[in-house]
Design a binder for this molecule. Structure first.
Ligand code: PLP
Length: 414
């Protein structure tokens, strides 16, 4: 139960859900981590403890419970700042998830800065949450949404970036740091360098990267950065938007309401300081506090080790999958350029049928378009199956998965 990097047995003990049996009384093999990860007991206890002992609203009352809840909520902000290595905690805004973070930027920064004829440039391997908000914006503004293409290796065709930048009309380049379908790790440094040479802002959708590798924002040097707690052991309903202070200060608020104001008069309002200007209303206090425990958990393991473990597991799985006749694997075989996500098709078995069959063996994978229909069109398929790994997954589980794929193959006689 061991890869060379981390002690999985110890880790698995912290995840109560991994002890349960699922269909046909089979042990759960959870390979749907790109959708959401499981939660360690430390995260569950932290939320439980908040509701049991110091449930209160934050930032307002002076009583002890409010003080404790505020301190715990704000402590998470400090931990996030450390986790992604940023200097100014006020640049971190808690939102509901990556989707809300991108919508915030599109609605607030986009409406102020994108005009008729401008280009917002994204890529063909984006999640819908990094496409639809830009469609809404560009339609409203009579601007254009354009796409950097994906090559047959599952990598971005970066020459196309420069051609778009040369038009002088690009206002924003926005891309996924790691594709949720292909696992491709985007060459973010290069894109950001090219964009900044031309004064173009960059948004990085880090929903699939921050949970799986060390990301240092002082090195990355983008302008907006978004990710979700639930994909990194944390609770659902919590995400982070980071943006430079100067940009946030010039942006109009996204939501109006309590906490985001300094003074409200009948017809005029002044805004609170950052980050509160963008955190209107009662936030998701319990889950932000729970997120702290998830960050501690990952810090304790070390993100370099998380990445090494996933590389080892993915390599192992890819090798075994390649021995299955009729399998089609998507994405680059180069592990330096990909994370622990494997999309595939097996003969002409529909991914939903395949997922249903292997679910009988307790194996949970994802099937469908993975909220990436533009990419499905590019790959010329309607759907794929997807296995995605995390720190608690083992080679033995990969073996169960492979046996199950072979069983499906026999059932369908391919
Ligand atoms: C690359 C990518 N971006 C954005 C999202 C949206 O994240 P959320 O649903 O947490 O807002 C996902 C979720 O799967 C994703 O994989």
């Amino acid at each position: 139960m061991q890869t060379s990097t981390i002690n999985i047995e110890n880790i698995r003990r912290d995840f109560p859900i991994l002890q349960r049996k699922v269909r046909n009384n089979k042990p759960l093999v959870y390979f749907d981590n790109a959708a959401t990860t499981q939660k360690p007991i430390q995260v569950i206890n932290s939320i439980h403890n908040y509701y049991l002992n110091y449930n209160s609203n934050i930032h307002r009352a002076v009583h002890q419970l409010a003080e404790e809840a505020t301190a715990a909520y704000e402590l998470t902000r400090d931990k996030v700042a450390k986790f992604i290595n940023i200097k100014n905690r006020e640049e971190l805004i808690f939102v509901r998830g990556t989707t809300e973070a991108i919508n915030l930027v599109s609605y607030s920064w986009g409406r102020q800065n994108v005009q008729k004829g401008d280009i917002v440039l994204t890529t063909e391997y984006e999640h819908h949450s990094n496409i639809v908000p830009w469609q809404l914006l560009t339609k409203e503004k009579e601007a254009k949404l354009e796409y950097i293409g994906v090559d047959d290796n599952g990598e971005l065709i970066l020459d196309q970036l420069n051609a778009y930048l040369d038009t002088g009309r690009v206002k924003l380049v926005t891309f996924s740091h790691m594709s949720n379908v292909l696992g491709t790790i985007t060459n973010a440094d290069e894109i950001i360098k090219q964009c900044h040479k031309k004064g173009v802002k960059v948004l990085v959708d880090a929903a699939q990267s921050v949970p799986h590798m060390k990301v240092d924002l002082q090195k990355l040097d983008c302008d907006f950065f978004a990710f979700s707690a639930h994909k990194m052991l944390g609770p659902t309903g919590v995400g982070v938007l980071w943006a430079r202070k100067a940009i946030l200060e010039n942006m109009q608020p996204f939501n109006g309401g309590g906490d985001m104001i300094r003074e409200v008069h009948k017809y005029e309002t002044t805004w609170n300081d950052l980050p509160y200007k963008f955190e209107a209303g009662t936030p998701n206090i319990a889950d932000v506090i729970g997120f702290s425990a998830a960050l501690d958990y990952l810090e304790n393991i070390g993100m370099d080790k998380v990445r090494e473990h996933e590389i080892e597991l993915t390599k192992y799985a890819l090798e075994k999958m390649l021995t299955i006749k009729g399998i089609k694997l998507y994405g680059t075989p180069d592990m330096k350029k990909r994370g622990g996500v494997i999309s595939f098709n097996l003969g002409d078995i529909h991914p939903h049928d395949l997922a249903t069959i292997i679910d009988e063996d307790g194996v949970a994978i994802r099937s469908g378009h993975h909220c990436a229909q533009v990419l499905m069109e590019r790959l010329d398929v309607s759907a794929t199956s997807r296995a995605s790994f995390y720190i608690y997954n083992t080679k033995e589980e990969v073996d169960v998965f492979i046996r199950s794929l072979n069983r499906a193959k026999e059932l369908f006689r391919i």
